[in-house]
Design a protein around this ligand. Structure first.
Ligand code: CUA
Length: 155
């Protein structure tokens, strides 16, 4: 069977791309053991008062100047509220839930994580623009889910 040159070029290109994509999947999952950062640390959601950072959730500045925010989500609010963080500096959020699964989305930014009871979800974000941001729960969590909002103040 005669196959045109361009046809052959595209067939081999497509095959090579599939090999590259599969290799990327296997290398990142297998060799580097990547996993969601939310499934590393566990806490007891019924006894959050035993964990100092979640007993008194809030904003702390470490010795190296980095900022850490511990947040507890519960039906139907975030604690602390508002959260006040500096602009232009990396802010690490450590989130957990006291009851059911919630979401933590800083609207208009790419800061977004699921908040899962029994686990600590952690991510780091830098907010370049000072201002007030809405924090929305973006996982359906109950009758008043639509009212579960918080405020992030960047200054
Ligand atoms: Cu919490 Cu929806």
């Amino acid at each position: 069977m005669e196959v045109e040159l361009y046809e052959r070029v595209w067939m081999w290109t497509a095959a090579a791309l599939i090999v590259v994509f599969l290799a990327a999947i296997f290398l990142t999952t297998g060799l580097r053991a990547l996993q969601p950062p939310s499934h590393v640390e566990t806490v007891d959601p019924t006894a959050l008062s035993n964990y100092p950072e979640f007993a008194n959730p809030g904003v702390t500045t470490r010795a190296d100047g980095s900022v850490v925010v511990s947040v507890v989500a519960q039906l139907f609010s975030f604690s602390p509220d508002p959260i006040v963080v500096p602009a232009g500096r990396p802010v690490t959020f450590r989130l957990t839930s006291a009851d059911v699964m919630h979401g933590f989305q800083v609207v208009g930014t790419n800061a977004n994580a699921m908040v899962i009871p029994r686990y600590v979800s952690q991510f780091t974000a830098t907010f370049a623009k000072p201002g007030e941001y809405v924090i929305a729960c973006d996982e359906y969590c109950g009758a008043s889910h639509h009212n579960m909002v918080g405020k992030l103040i960047v200054k």
